[in-house]
Design a binder for this molecule. Structure first.
Ligand code: ZN
Length: 343
């Protein structure tokens, strides 16, 4: 299996994010890459670098204003006298129905409140470059699948599934899986996105919420008491043309393989009904029992079971790396999943 990987992704190296109102060490660190590459080595196959991604490809899913913001934020933030080192919002453009529509400000502080959705998307000097490289990795993987590869692994980091069209959040800046799905759509292929990260893929859901031509399905820990809290509920089914083309399958904390496979079966039969040409698997490995987020309780060999279940769809597939945080088994969990997918 071909792996797509760009070393530029190491250059985004944040130190902290905000948890319970307090800065804490961030688990989304460049060292994840080496753990994931160890899993790739166990499977074998060539590792190729992506081609550069251009604004037009990012703009298939992201607002041009947001792309511009991210590309200039670090430099603009530096010009604020006596500002914090890391750009972060202290005002928030809340989109609630009880408020009049918000307007877009010129101030970089105001724009942070518009585009930085929460306390877990720290921007560093190289975030723009790394996030672009991550999106390029997914887009290049999609092109390889369009070229006839049956399964391609895109080692994307930072991850993408919490990023919406104009918003970073949850360690995510550009929505890599959505960019890949859009590349498939541009080529006239119907894509379904199956998101198995332990967190709901709220950015991906939002990007395709009004569309019937990309099916989005997410299995995740119930957001009542788990990030991203406000989305991921079963009643979110899509809107307008997109009604019925989003499926959320929240499960209880601590879910083990048996109930997990039941939900996966529901997801896979919905995908089979949709009859896509290609599957984008948003592969979060943080469903692992020893992941620091402690959402689900999936063991290393069970990743292979999940992979085999998904492989039974017999669809060409792009596997896009999402979450999955430092633990002794991160590489092994990836290898187990990929082995199952290739079975
Ligand atoms: Zn996650």
């Amino acid at each position: 299996m071909i792996t797509v990987f760009d070393d530029m992704q190491r250059s985004h190296a944040p130190r902290e994010f905000i948890v319970s109102g307090k800065p804490q060490p961030i688990p989304e660190i460049p060292e994840r890459i080496d753990m994931l590459l160890e899993g790739v080595r166990r499977i074998g196959g060539p590792v190729v670098a992506p081609k550069e991604i251009f604004g037009d490809t990012l703009a298939l899913v992201h607002d041009r204003r947001y792309i511009q913001f991210l590309s200039t934020l670090w430099e603009r933030w530096r010009r604020i006298p006596d500002a914090a080192e890391t750009p972060s919002p202290n005002v928030f453009a809340l989109g609630r129905a009880s408020l009049p529509p918000a307007s877009y400000p010129d101030s970089v502080v105001g724009q942070c409140g518009w585009h930085l959705g929460d306390g877990s998307c720290p921007v560093t000097p190289k975030t723009w470059e790394a996030a672009r490289a991550s999106a390029a990795t997914a887009a290049h993987g999609a092109k390889l699948v369009l070229g006839g590869e049956r399964a391609v692994y895109a080692l994307c980091r930072p991850p993408g599934h919490h990023a919406a069209a104009d918003m970073a959040a949850g360690f995510c800046y550009f929505n890599n899986a959505a960019v890949a799905a859009a590349v498939f759509r541009e080529a006239g292929r119907r894509a379904a996105i199956l998101d198995i990260d332990v967190h709901h893929g709220n950015g991906t859901e939002a990007i395709f919420y009004d569309r019937a031509d990309v099916l989005t399905v997410s299995i995740h820990a119930h957001p009542r008491r788990f990030y991203p809290f406000f989305w991921g509920y079963p009643e979110e089914r899509g809107r307008g043309d997109g009604e019925g083309f989003n499926l959320n399958l929240p499960l209880e904390r601590g879910t083990t393989i048996k109930p997990y496979r039941e939900a996966l079966g529901t997801a896979l039969s919905r995908i089979a009904d949709f009859a896509p040409d290609v599957l984008v698997l948003a592969a979060g490995l943080d469903i692992a029992v020893d992941d620091p987020f402690k959402g689900f309780a999936i063991q290393t060999p069970e990743f292979g079971v999940i992979g085999r279940d998904i492989a039974a769809l017999t669809l060409p597939m792009l596997i896009v790396q999402e979450g999955g945080y430092p633990s002794p088994h991160l590489g092994g969990n990836l290898a187990s999943l990929l082995e199952g997918l290739l079975a």
